[in-house]
Design a protein around this ligand. Structure first.
Ligand code: FAD
Length: 470
């Protein structure tokens, strides 16, 4: 990271250079504000270095391996593919490093001052920086944005050693692919890793304490993912508690529900905790909740006037794109532009396991719980031409609409998808939910043919009561 000697006074000082922090820095700089950003590690935070980008890159490696294996279906006779894992890791690192460098250049081109070190906030919006290449410096912001992000949670009895027991941080750079792996936690990240490792040939067991994997997801979509996982030999054990593990000569034996499970590696994927333990905060009115989150109002304002907090460190959905928006919102508020608060119930979610999952708005279960009378439609990819062409016909689009007084499908409450490329297809569903479109609004729109978005179009048309293709 390039170090620029500090000037003392800034319009905004940002602590943390992940998506929340760097979005605030870039957006603020675009508005002409003088910005300093403090980062103690690598620019880009979790997302660029040990999160979204490396995970999706390795998932694409798994998809490429699978496509080559399936090439015979298309009459392409490729020899049995083999994985050259060091090359795969090298490609992942090349993309990560390229993005980190690109971000540094962008920040520099916007004249953001980068301070390398640990930032701590004190009274009067003074930020001290220490322990990094910038040495001991002090800066003062008219406004301060706290964006320290999150780190993986661990489990008692499962000390992370990086070779047998690991979190997402270590798994994303694992030196060789394990023969078998237990993934503790069947949430979004756990399911992405289960899918990734299984597609690369590892025997995977998912251990989840809750009754289902992907908790909170519409149950019809969970069924799609579970069916696919099980069909590929992923062992999903739900409602189980892991009690500990006993390492052996190679691998370890996990005690789970009174049984022993022998695996080469354990991936602890039980969520992340806010990284708020060492932020200073003496002499400020910034408060931290029992769960470690920085407490904010609907506008990301902390209890200290002139101090905002964004991203994984506040109790909002832990997603990079939510952090981006919160960083922008903080800047808009600093500029007194009165931005509308984020409607967190309607943010887009994307899970990159196979099949992919993407949704915005209420699931059927959540809509009913919220008291809505709903009409739902499930339209499947298995009749869609493009999905058949790309050899990925599993999955569905499910639309949840509010029932009108005359029993028709009205306002769209949720759009939920599991299937091929759905993370790229959610956009229309996201807009429909956030613009409070009705089924009639959406059904009259034309979907290009042949595309997979025709399945969303079919769902909307079917909800009008007159299906086209079915
Ligand atoms: P972070 O990205 O954690 O960045 C915080 C930064 O602040 C870090 O660089 C840290 O070094 C720095 N910092 C902390 N304290 C200080 C301090 N006191 N002084 C100086 N610097 C400090 N989200 C998605 O939207 N899509 C995905 O596909 C996705 N995939 C993921 C896959 C994995 C494996 C993981 C782990 C996460 C994934 N996420 C994904 C979540 C996403 O990475 C986070 O939501 C996002 O990075 C949060 O951004 P942030 O800026 O709040 O924090």
């Amino acid at each position: 990271m390039e170090v620029v000697l500090t000037a003392e006074h800034y319009d905004v000082v940002v602590i943390g250079g992940g998506p929340g922090g760097y979005a605030a820095a870039l957006y603020g700089a675009s508005a002409g504000l003088r910005i300093a950003m403090v980062e103690k590690g690598r620019l880009g935070g979790t997302c660029l270095n040990v999160g979204c980008i490396p995970a999706k890159e390795l998932l694409e490696t798994a998809a490429t391996y699978r496509h080559v294996k399936e090439a015979g279906d298309y009459g392409i006779l490729a020899d049995s593919p083999k994985i050259d894992w060091p090359t795969s890791l090298g490609r992942k690192d090349m993309i990560v490093n390229g993005l980190v460098l690109g971000l540094g250049s962008l920040l520099k081109s916007r004249k953001v001052t980068l301070l390398d070190g640990h930032g701590r906030l004190h009274a009067d919006k003074k930020v001290t920086v220490s322990g990094g290449a910038s040495g001991d410096v002090e800066v003062i912001g008219d406004a301060v944005v706290l964006a320290p992000g999150s780190v993986p949670r661990t489990l008692p009895g499962f000390d992370v050693d990086g070779s047998i027991v690991m979190t997402s941080d270590e798994l994303l750079s694992i030196a060789e692919l394990p023969g078998s792996a237990a993934i503790i936690g069947g949430g979004v990240i756990g399911c992405e890793f289960a899918s990734l490792l299984s597609d690369l040939g590892t025997q995977v067991t998912v251990l989840e304490a809750l009754p289902n994997i992907l908790p909170g997801l519409d149950e019809d979509l969970t069924k799609v993912v579970k069916k696919s996982f099980k069909g590929r030999g992923i062992d999903i054990r739900t409602g189980v508690m892991v009690e500990g593990h006993t390492p052996g000569a190679s691998g370890t034996s996990i005690q789970v529900g009174g049984e022993a499970l022998a695996v080469d590696v354990v991936v602890v994927s039980v969520g992340r905790r806010p990284n708020t333990g060492d932020l200073g905060l003496d002499g400020t009115a910034v408060t931290i909740s029992d769960r470690g989150f920085i407490e904010v109002d609907a506008g990301c304002r902390t209890g200290e006037p002139g101090v905002w907090a964004v991203g994984d460190a506040i109790a909002t959905p832990a997603l990079a794109h939510v952090g981006f928006r919160e960083g922008m919102l903080a800047i808009q508020d600093i500029l007194e532009e009165k931005p509308a608060p984020i409607d967190y119930a309607k943010v887009p979610w994307a899970v990159y396991c196979r099949p992919e999952v993407a949704f915005a708005g209420l699931s059927e279960e959540a809509a009913k719980e919220a008291g809505y009378d709903v009409v739902t439609q499930r339209s499947r990819f298995n009749h869609n031409g493009r999905a058949m062409i790309v050899n990925e016909p599993e999955g569905m689009v499910k639309v949840i609409a509010e029932k009108t007084a005359d029993g028709r499908a009205g306002r769209i409450l949720g759009v939920h998808m599991a299937g091929p490329w759905v993370t790229e297809q959610l956009g229309q569903g996201y807009l429909a939910v956030n613009w409070e479109a009705t089924v009639d609004d959406m059904a009259s729109l034309i979907q290009p043919h042949p595309t997979m978005t025709e399945v969303l179009g079919e769902a909307m048309i079917s909800l009008t009561g007159r299906p086209l293709h079915g």
